[in-house]
Ligand binder design. Structure first.
Ligand code: C2O
Length: 497
């Protein structure tokens, strides 16, 4: 990875605009500190700095932060760990030590060029050159051993790994050779503990696991490799790091873990099925049982005309056949100051034409309409949103992330969502609570949340390629009438557009 350092310098020189998002932090009434460019703020100009001022309220656990414009989060990201209040123990035995394991993705090429290429129809997919663990790809790539993250452990002790997927475009499997993991937290919410040999983590998600160093002293690889159900030509190498028992010399050759095959959807479904909220008196799952507002959004990939593009066409992505157009001023400012003409509040609650979403390949409905269209939610309403994957152009899975909120994943299934049948199978007792959820290939996912955080909140696929293509929208959550139910005034130094 000799090019890595020079790549970073290059990126730094071009940090013309770098709003940073604290992914998963709720920023109650304070979207000003949320970070996505042109949604809650304008970018930070070249040579400028900006200090985000925010409170952390009611949350603890593993989250992260990243640049939130173009593809700059390729290298600009980090862990954001909120410790429990003092005297507030974990709902599991206290680990001996903990470590952040941040999974990333690396291109030898300039990521802005890769992003441009990603918009062109007919060019090969933008496979990255490596995945990384704590910034390093590990020795299975043609790099020197010093580009390998190693963690020393003592035999008999238990460690908490805070795993974050900050890759741009890949859901990842992760495992530690010879060691089972006990999953205890997802997206900064405790979950019912369960053991697993491997885990699945989508870009945007975090997973805390306990690992007990109870094997013969040695060196064991931790490894990550993509999960992808769409057929792709290359089977990528594993990114690796080393779990090293104290006193074991570096000359010992580490063993590799078994990771599910690249297209192992059965493993992915079974793994996601095991995720449950803790739902104890101390950590209740407050799932909205009554729904005020039902939303049904189809996710489509399509093709639109494009005058400046190579083939006169451009790949697009859409929700309810609408491809989101980024504004040139911040939406939260426009909402707060009541500036007209920046966005429309008419995002449809349902797709334009019902069709067999996951049926035979569809050629109709490929073209989408463009617009900066938002959906208005009355303060404190309970919302159910069904995200339906479709077979427009191709089926792919999509990790959806909602800013400003956690939500409950009450149901998921294959094929077309059936409003008459599927809701009866929802888990309304202990569904997983999170901020990013994978919508399965050719299937659907239903989430519920209470719109109690006023502001403008971005929702998008956390695969950067799809976000670029327009797979995004935003909610405007109105102010409530009570005290402390309105958007706070903006900071006076918010970057100007
Ligand atoms: Cu992780 Cu819109 O972000």
């Amino acid at each position: 990875m000799a090019q890595k350092e020079s790549g970073i310098t290059e990126l730094k020189n071009r940090m013309h605009c770098l709003p940073a998002c604290r992914h998963g932090l709720k920023q109650f009434r304070n979207g000003w500190a949320d970070g996505p460019a042109y949604i809650t703020q304008c970018p930070i100009a070249t040579g400028r700095s900006y200090v985000y001022d925010f409170n952390v309220t009611g949350q603890r656990g593993t989250l992260w932060w990243h640049a939130h414009i173009l593809w700059l989060r390729a290298t600009v990201y980090g862990a954001f760990v909120i410790l429990p209040k003092q005297g507030d123990p974990f709902p599991f035995p206290q680990p001996y030590q903990e470590a952040n394991i941040v999974l990333g993705e690396w291109w030898n090429a300039d990521v802005e060029e890769v992003e441009k290429q990603g918009n062109q129809l007919g060019l090969p997919p933008n496979m990255s050159d490596a995945h990384t663990i704590n910034g390093k790809p590990g020795p299975l790539f043609p790099c020197s051993d010093k580009h390998t993250f190693a963690m020393e452990v003592e035999r008999g002790k238990t460690y908490l790994l805070r795993i974050i997927n900050s890759a741009l475009n890949d859901e990842l499997f992760f495992a530690v050779a010879g060691h089972n993991m006990t999953v205890v937290e997802i997206d900064a919410v405790y979950c019912k503990p369960f053991q697993t040999e491997a885990l699945l983590i989508a870009p945007g998600q975090t997973t805390n696991v306990l690992v007990r160093a109870d094997r013969a002293p040695g060196r064991y690889f931790m490894a990550a490799r993509p999960f992808m159900d769409a057929p792709l030509p290359v089977d990528e190498k594993m990114a690796t790091a080393i779990l090293q028992y104290k006193g074991v010399p570096n000359s010992v050759v580490p063993t590799l873990p078994r990771l599910p095959a690249r297209n192992d959807t059965a493993f992915a479904d079974a793994y996601n099925d095991k995720l449950r909220s803790l739902n104890t008196p101390r950590f209740p799952a407050n799932v909205p049982l009554v729904v005020d507002r039902h939303l049904f959004y189809t996710i489509g990939l399509g093709i639109n005309p494009c005058v400046t593009c190579l083939n006169g066409t451009q790949l697009t992505a859409s929700l309810n056949n609408i491809t989101f157009v980024m504004p040139t001023v911040g939406l939260l400012q426009a909402h707060y100051l009541n500036v007209k003409g920046v966005f429309r509040l008419d995002f449809p609650d349902n797709p334009p034409t019902p069709f067999n979403y996951t049926g035979a390949p569809l050629t109709a409905n490929l073209g989408t309409s463009l617009g900066t269209r938002l959906s208005r939610l009355a303060f404190n309403t309970t919302v159910e949103l069904v995200l339906q994957d479709t077979n427009l152009l191709s089926v792919d899975s999509h990790p959806f992330h909602l800013h400003g909120y956690n939500f409950f994943v009450v149901g998921t299934g294959v094929g077309n969502f059936d409003p008459a049948r599927d809701p009866s199978k929802y888990n309304l007792v202990d569904p997983p609570e999170r901020n990013t959820v994978g919508v399965p290939t050719g299937g659907w996912t239903a989430i519920r949340f209470r719109a109690d955080n006023p502001g403008v909140w971005f929702m998008h696929c956390h695969l950067e390629l799809h976000t670029t293509w327009g797979l995004k929208m935003a909610f405007v959550v109105e102010n409530g009438n009570g005290p402390d139910q309105s958007v706070l005034p903006p900071p006076s130094d918010l970057p100007p557009c």
